[in-house]
Structure formats: C-alpha cells, structure tokens
Design a protein around this ligand. Structure first.
Ligand code: PRP
Ligand code: GLN
Ligand code: MG
Length: 504
C-alpha cells in the first residue's frame, strides 16, 4: 500500500511534499521518492528507506521547483530495488514522471503490448508499465501544449486497457499535474487546495491527513475513474474518464492501512474503527454470554480505537498492556517473514501487572499471517495471564490480495483452509472470535451510506475487477512467494539506474 502526493504550488514544493510523505509513511516503509519540476528539468531523488533517511539536505536543495510529486513504497510487484522505487520517469512525450498506489492485474499483457509498440520498460514494476501506457496515449496528441481534454482522453484510453487498482499522480514537463483513480476507486485519492498570497495551490494525496499536515484544505475525494489536471500556472480541470465507474473502495484501508485521522470517501477512518469495535463487542456479548474476561487489551497500534469501544460496550476495563516501541515501524508491511517475526518482539513489550492472574481479551484489527497474534499470546502468557482470548475486528483473511497489499499466496494466510478453532489452536488462544463480514461492511457504510459496495476480496474471494481467476493467482504465487522475492533481491543494483544523477 503505497502513499502518493502531488502538488502544483506558487513557491517551492520540496518541503511540503517531504512533510506530506512523512505522514503517509504508514503506507510504505521500503522506499521513498520525490520529483520536482525545475523549469524544463525534472529533479529526482529516490532510494530505499524511510522518508527521513532518504532525503538529506543536499537532496532537498536539488529538488527545486513549484510543482512535484512524491511516493512512499510498499512493493507489491517487481523487486524492492531502489531502481524500482518511485516516481518513474520516461522522456517522451514531453518528459513524464509518475507515482502509483495499487497493483495492476494485467501487467504481463500490457507489457507485451508495449513491446509491440517499441516501448521499453526496464524494470519488473507494474507502475513503470502504467507510466509507459499513459505516455503512449499522450504520444498520440500532436500539440506542444496539452489541453485538459487531450489529457483526459489519454486517461480514458488508459482506463480502457488497465485492470486492477491504481491511484496515480503524474507530472508532465511544461504541462502540469495529472492525477486519476481506477474506475472502482479501490485505492484512495483526495484533492485539496491552499489559498496563498499569489494564488490557489492544489494538492492530491492518498489520505486527507497529508493535506491536514501541510495546511491544505480538503476539497473532495477524487471520484472512481475521474482525472484531475492542474496546469503549472494553477488552473484546475476535472473530468470523469471511465465509461462505467463503480465505487468499490478497498475495505482493508479502513481496517488497517489508513491513519485513523484520515477521511476516505467521506468516511472517517477513526469512526469506522469505533463502529467495528461496537459491532464486535455486541457479537462477543451474544456469543460468549457467560464469558469470564477481566480486561480488554489492544495490540498497538491500529487496534487501540477498536479495543476501547469493545471494552465500553462490554462494560469491562480497557488497559494498555503492551507498550509499543515508537521507533519500530509497522510489522505487517515489512518485506520478509523472518523480519516480521523478529520485529513483533522488538516492537511490543508487555506490562506484567496488567496480565498477572487475569483472563484477558486481546484485540487486533486483523489476523493475516498470524505473525503478531501468535507471539503476542505467548507474551501475554509469559506475563502471567490466566486465560487469553482473542478478538479480530476483521473476518478471517482467506484469499490473496491483488490490489496493492502484498499477500499474494493463500498458503501464507493463517485462516486459509482453517476454521476458528484450528486458528485458535495454532496461535495458542483459549478462544477466538472474528467480526462478520456484513458487520464490517456495515461499520464502514454507517459513515457513508452512498458507498454501496467495497472490495472485500481478501475475505470472500470476490475480486471486484472480475478478471482474477485461479491461473492468475497461481501466477502471482510463483512470482511473489518469499523465495522468489529473496531471489530477486539479489539482483538489486543490476538494473539501469536512471535516478539520483547528482550535479554537485
Ligand atoms: O497477522 P499478521 O500477519 O501479524 O498481521 C496483522 C497484524 O499486522 C498489523 O500490525 P502492524 O504491526 O503492521 O501495524 P500497527 O502498529 O499499525 O498495528 C495489524 O494491525 C495486525 O496487528
Ligand atoms: N503497494 C503499492 O501501492 C505498490 C505500488 C506498485 N505496485 C509497486 O509495487 O511499487
Ligand atoms: Mg497491528
């Protein structure tokens, strides 16, 4: 789940993009990049690492210009090499740079098509394919100055060919900023503005929190299928570019990915999590009528708001029994299972007094691979808990994700082919309870009933783009299982590296 940002400002945008990326860091910890437009040249800095480590003062100085885009990466395609960090660049037409959140499901077919058009894609990244596709459509225009309609026609043609999830920002030299969202709006994208002394500045970002952090005011969500074009002198154009847009945002954004202080598609992520807590609390009361739970304890950080509501609903005390090391990032989006396992104990530590002799209900937003729950239950027992129950605010995750969350194989999912008792057994819980899918959907929809459906594929195997079959999933397994990823990581550095050219 990557984070993207794009700004057309009236003064230098480097610091604003940097600041926006720091509050989108929870969406991708592997790599970061910024491109700015400095007169007729792109300035680029991208590398592996966190935002604070990637951009040193010397890089920031080079990132001159009043317009730019930025990206934080959590890889779901290709390798994790720095050369596959984003934004990507292509020199024709005009010079285009692009950053993408999501994952295409027909990358192979699109890449083959590009080869036939004599376009070269140098990496295994789906985002570089997407950039070349956009470039190829823009190439059809003949004018030196693009009109908004020419840009929108190109986006419409991109929609016509691509399948999967994509929220995109792209910068075209001499022309402006383009942003668009796939026809299902699977990944989030929001538009904002800032009235400066010299005119209106526009910004698009993955989450509203990025706008808040840099003093931009939210205008609205970019609609599924819609495109935004902001000229370099600050004129805003918008158009629906999909033939049949069909709102179906990814429900996992609300469960886990997004920050609670963001609003996505008019849904407060925080409020939706509180609703998840209320629904799950009711279910626990109903199904475990004679429970002997003494205390509710969240597994920081994402589940805290959910657990607090469960405790309120069940009339039980809520205690922060685990302390989170604030310097360790999110474990789920770390690249390898070994690192994820090690990081749970580095990240969370128990306060023994909160567990000693008690029957505790541990709450998490979700159980995916079971990496966290298994170790946390062990820690609760080591801390002296009597019984350890477990509640998950999301239903059992049984199907791979193909839209920008890196869980490509069923086998790695703890709930795959197992019922609740078997899962409880493996993670060592005395009892386990999962949210119902209908309750989860309702918890989010309560905040915006206009959303009629969500992508819930990880729970029910129904892939909203209707193009995902078993052979595609098998292909994905082959491509992205841990061994394959490890193999590819050895290639790091062998790609043509068209980035970080430094003029001292
Ligand atoms: O079953 P698993 O494969 O372990 O995945 C689920 C866990 O991973 C996430 O936490 P993470 O540490 O990534 O982030 P957080 O601090 O935002 O909760 C999520 O909140 C669950 O705790
Ligand atoms: N999580 C994402 O949005 C990933 C974007 C893109 N597919 C990549 O791997 O870089
Ligand atoms: Mg967590």
């Amino acid at each position: 789940m990557c984070g993207i940002v794009g700004i057309v400002g009236k003064t230098s945008v480097n610091q604003t993009i940097y600041d926006a990326l720091t509050v989108l860091q929870h969406r991708g910890q592997d790599a970061a990049g910024i491109v700015t437009v400095d007169h007729q040249a792109f300035r680029l800095r991208k590398a592996n690492g966190l935002v604070k480590d990637v951009f040193e003062p010397k890089h920031m100085q080079r990132l001159q210009g009043n317009a730019g885009i930025g990206h934080v990466r959590y890889p779901t395609a290709g390798s994790s090499s720095a050369s596959e960090a984003q934004p990507f660049y292509v020199n024709s037409p005009f010079g285009i740079s692009l950053a993408h959140n999501g994952n295409l499901t027909n990358t192979v077919e699109l890449a083959e098509g590009l080869v036939k058009k004599r376009r070269h894609v140098n990496t295994t990244s789906d985002s570089e394919v997407l950039l070349n596709l956009l470039a190829d459509e823009l190439q059809e225009t003949r004018s030196l100055t693009l009109s908004a309609d020419e840009v929108f026609d190109a986006v419409a043609k991109v929609h016509g060919q691509t399948r999967g999830a994509y929220a995109v920002v792209a910068m075209i030299i001499g022309q402006g900023l383009v942003a668009f969202r796939d026809p299902f709006g699977i990944r989030p994208l929001i538009l904002g503005k800032h009235e400066s002394a010299t005119g209106t500045e526009y910004m698009v970002a993955s989450e509203s929190v990025a706008l808040d952090a840099v003093g931009f005011e939210v205008m609205r969500d970019v609609a599924p299928g819609e495109a935004i074009f902001v000229t370099l002198d600050g004129q805003l154009f918008t158009r629906q570019c999909a033939i049949d847009p069909n709102y179906a945002p990814c429900i996992f954004e609300f469960v886990y990915f997004a920050r609670p202080d963001s609003t996505i598609d008019k849904v407060s992520v925080y409020a939706s999590r509180v609703n998840m807590g209320a629904k799950l609390g009711e279910k626990i009361k109903k199904e475990w009528e004679d429970h002997d739970i003494d205390v509710v304890i969240p597994i920081p950080e994402t589940s805290c708001d959910i657990a607090l509501e469960i405790a309120r609903c069940m009339n039980l005390p809520y205690r922060q029994g685990f302390v989170k090391n604030r310097y360790i990032g999110r474990t789920f989006i770390m690249p390898g299972q070994e690192e994820r396992i090690k990081s749970v104990r580095r990240k969370l530590n128990a306060i023994n007094t909160e567990f000693k002799g008690k029957n505790v209900l541990l709450v998490d937003d979700s159980i995916v691979r079971g990496t966290t729950s298994e170790q946390i239950i062990e820690m609760a027992r080591e801390a002296g808990a009597n019984k350890v129950y477990f509640a998950s605010a999301a239903p059992e995750v049984r199907f791979p994700n193909v839209y920008g969350i890196d869980m490509p194989t069923s086998n790695e999912l703890i709930a795959y082919g197992r019922d609740a008792d078997e899962i409880a057994n493996i993670i060592g819980a005395d009892g386990i309870i999962f949210q119902n899918l209908t309750d989860l959907v309702e918890a989010v929809r309560m905040e915006n009933p206009e959303i009629k459906q969500f992508d819930t594929s990880v729970f029910d195997g129904h892939y909203i783009t209707n193009d995902v079959d078993q052979s595609y999933l098998d292909h994905l397994t082959q491509l992205r299982n841990d061994d394959a990823k490890l193999g590819r990581s050895k290639d790091i550095g062998t790609n043509l590296e068209l980035h970080n050219v430094c003029h001292p």
